[in-house]
Structures are given as C-alpha cells and as structure tokens.
Design a binder for this molecule. Structure first.
Ligand code: ZN
Length: 148
C-alpha cells in the first residue's frame, strides 16, 4: 500500500515510453518523490516490473527477462536519440518498488560531470513536464513496434 510506482502504473494517463504485460518503462517525472517539482534530466528513464518487488532478487525469471529486454530496447532508443553512452543502475533510496534507471550521457558532457554529477553540469539537458513529454514521444516513436 502507498507505493508510488504501483499507483503510477494504475494511472490511465501515464505517459509510457514502452510497456508489456510484465514491465513498464517511463521517464522520470518532476513530480516524483525526491524531485520536488524541479526540472529533471532529459532522457532519464526507469524500467519497472508491474509486480511490486523491492529488488532484483525478487524478480521471477520471466520478469527478469522482460526487464532485460526493455533495458536493451530503451538503451537503443536513447542512443538513437543522441546519447553517446547509457548508464544503468538500481538505487532504490526513495521508493521500495524495483526501478532500474537508464541515464543517457550526451556528447560534450565534460568528463568531470560523468555519471553521478551529470545533472550538475550547467549545460545539462534538464526539462519540465512539457519537455519530458516531448522526449517520451520521440523515444516511443523510435521504439516503434517494440513498444506496447
Ligand atoms: Zn509497488
């Protein structure tokens, strides 16, 4: 109860990057816990099992395969959209529902900002909800028939 991710998955207006019967892929939202309405790093995606599990060890084999497929698909879409590299991690400090982050690094990002400090770069691509919606539309189109 009270799970932000489960509630998000039930939202009929959720703007999906991609999904199937086991996994949902979305862009991080300026309204998510920990974001507090601040602009978010554009292209920062989360791949989540539909079922509420806390960590990677909770995934059934078919869910694990689906998470892996969507990480690869979304990573390809981010690369096609201009990322020179895609980072990925499970952190889980804010929400107790497994979500695997995909974070693109765009060309020109100075070495000292790579990985954990990319949002701190003054020229980092940050955006509000409208800009996030544009990125989601673009990635969904790049995923084509792999999405949904
Ligand atoms: Zn949940």
């Amino acid at each position: 109860m009270g799970c932000f991710v489960c509630a998000k998955h039930r939202d009929p207006g959720l703007d999906l990057v991609g999904a199937d019967e086991l996994v949902v892929v979305t862009h991080v939202s300026p309204d998510a816990p920990g974001s507090d309405g601040a602009p978010v790093y554009l292209g920062h995606l989360v791949v989540e099992p539909r079922r509420h599990v806390a960590g990677l060890d909770g995934l059934a084999d078919d869910e694990a395969a689906a998470v892996g497929r969507w990480v690869a698909r979304a990573g390809r879409a981010l690369r096609a959209a201009g990322a020179e590299h895609v980072y990925s991690a499970v952190i889980g400090h804010h929400v107790d529902h497994l979500h695997q982050h995909l974070i693109p690094r765009y060309p020109g990002t100075p070495r000292e900002y790579w990985w954990l400090r990319m949002e701190e770069w003054p020229q980092a691509r940050l955006g509000d909800a409208a800009e996030v919606a544009n990125v989601v539309r673009d990635l969904r189109a790049r995923l084509g028939d792999q999405g949904r």
